[in-house]
Design a protein around this ligand. Structure first.
Ligand code: UD1
Length: 367
């Protein structure tokens, strides 16, 4: 039988750690043939290239080089540039991960050409449609033929939306596959001592959601209690490009706030693993801290990853300075606990995905 030709898509930083284990598992299967397309949504050394190197992701077959633009322009450019690639390569299936603009655009493009779409990390919902990622998740799941779910809430949400059970597969979390595969190397980078830190003696901060960083008042509000924390504990803050300029103009700083360039995967994971606590508005860090047992304070009013709250270390503190301050105090006072990871966050999610893809057998067999 001819192998199933799977075209994998990556675009932005959080996609890279999700695609790496899937490509590696797919590579081992004689029943699958893989092609990788990078949309170029993230393109610079620190946001993209370094991740290919560290995670041994093969060179993409095609780079659409779309770069940064407004949501409409970026999505439109990906649609326009991805269509000829699909027409040329005619894959049997397009596999997309996560919830970035590249995920939405490539799913839509494939669906319009009647090419089946597999969505990894399907079913997550923040129920907040002001988040661009929520729109991306809803649209991608609506056109997907195979929905790979990372946590129980995803199953419930898709059922609620009437997605047939036959399309849905609870496989676990591929980002955690990557964490398990790279944690020993990440620890071996010696990042903690290189940054002049003590294990358990510092906090990690990331902030890039438009609602937190685009308006100077919002940024100042959310940073207020963190600047207080930085006076007693070093806070390492790898600054996302979106946040960089706003932060520079804000003049906000504190002696212990260590702003650094965006870090590579291994260096960031090495630091996160030994942190006393993490403060973040990212989705992936809520998941990684859950598995690492590092307390996580999420600077958002909602999460599309509720298992990190029910089974993990995550606390939703929102953006009110008083609530963030209280969450920091509680995290610093609590002893560190080792928790059972959420179901199927065991390092084998990508293998389960590949098993399902293998059962698709010949092209367009079960659409
Ligand atoms: C995107 C994703 C978000 C994800 C985040 C991780 C969407 C809607 N958002 O947000 O879900 O959590 O990536 O980083 O897809 N820039 C660079 N270098 C790059 C890429 C971007 O300097 O390689 C700068 C550009 O000035 C750009 C800004 O960062 O305007 C924001 O990039 P963009 O891709 O628009 O969105 P993110 O905020 O990164």
């Amino acid at each position: 039988m001819k192998p199933l030709h799977v075209l994998h898509v990556v675009g932005a930083r959080p996609n890279f750690m999700k695609i790496a284990p899937i490509l590696q598992s797919a590579e081992r299967s004689p029943m699958l043939r893989s092609t990788l397309v990078h949309t170029g949504q993230h393109y610079d050394e620190k946001m993209a290239r370094l991740f290919f190197e560290e995670l041994a992701i093969p060179r993409p077959h095609v780079d659409l080089e779309v770069g940064s633009a407004s949501h409409a322009q970026q999505t439109a450019l990906i649609l326009a540039r991805f269509e000829p690639v699909l027409l040329d390569l005619r894959p049997d299936l397009v596999l997309v991960v996560g919830d970035v603009n590249s995920t939405l655009a490539c799913s839509l493009c494939a669906a319009k050409l009647d090419i089946p779409v597999a969505h990894v990390e399907a079913g997550l919902r923040s129920f907040d449609r002001t988040m661009p990622e929520e729109i991306n998740r809803l649209v991608t799941d609506a056109v997907a033929d195979l929905l790979f779910v990372s946590e129980p809430s995803g199953l419930a949400n898709l059922k609620q939306e009437g997605v047939p059970d036959a399309k849905v597969h609870f496989v676990g979390n591929v980002m955690i596959d990557t964490l398990h595969a790279h944690l020993p190397r990440a620890r071996a980078t010696g990042a903690v001592s290189r940054h002049g830190l003590e294990p358990g003696g510092y906090a990690m901060l990331t902030l890039h959601r438009p609602t937190n960083v685009d308006e100077p008042e919002a940024l100042a509000r959310v940073l207020e209690p963190i600047l207080e924390l930085a006076r007693q504990l070093p806070v390492v803050f790898p600054v996302h490009p979106r946040t960089r300029e706003r932060l520079a103009h804000s003049g906000l700083s504190a002696p212990g706030l260590r702003t650094v360039e965006p870090l590579g995967y291994l260096e960031f994971l090495g630091l996160l693993a030994e942190a006393r606590l993490a403060l973040t508005d990212s989705g992936g860090i809520q998941e990684e801290t859950t598995v690492l047992g590092v307390p996580c304070i999420t600077l958002r009013e909602n999460t599309e990853r509720p298992v990190t709250v029910t089974h993990g270390t995550n606390v939703l503190a929102g953006t009110d300075p008083g609530r963030i301050r209280a969450a920091i105090a509680a995290a610093l006072a609590a002893p560190r606990v080792v928790l059972e990871p959420p179901p199927k966050w065991d390092g084998h999610a990508a293998e389960r995905i590949v098993e399902v893809l293998e059962t698709r057998g010949s092209p367009t067999s079960s659409r």
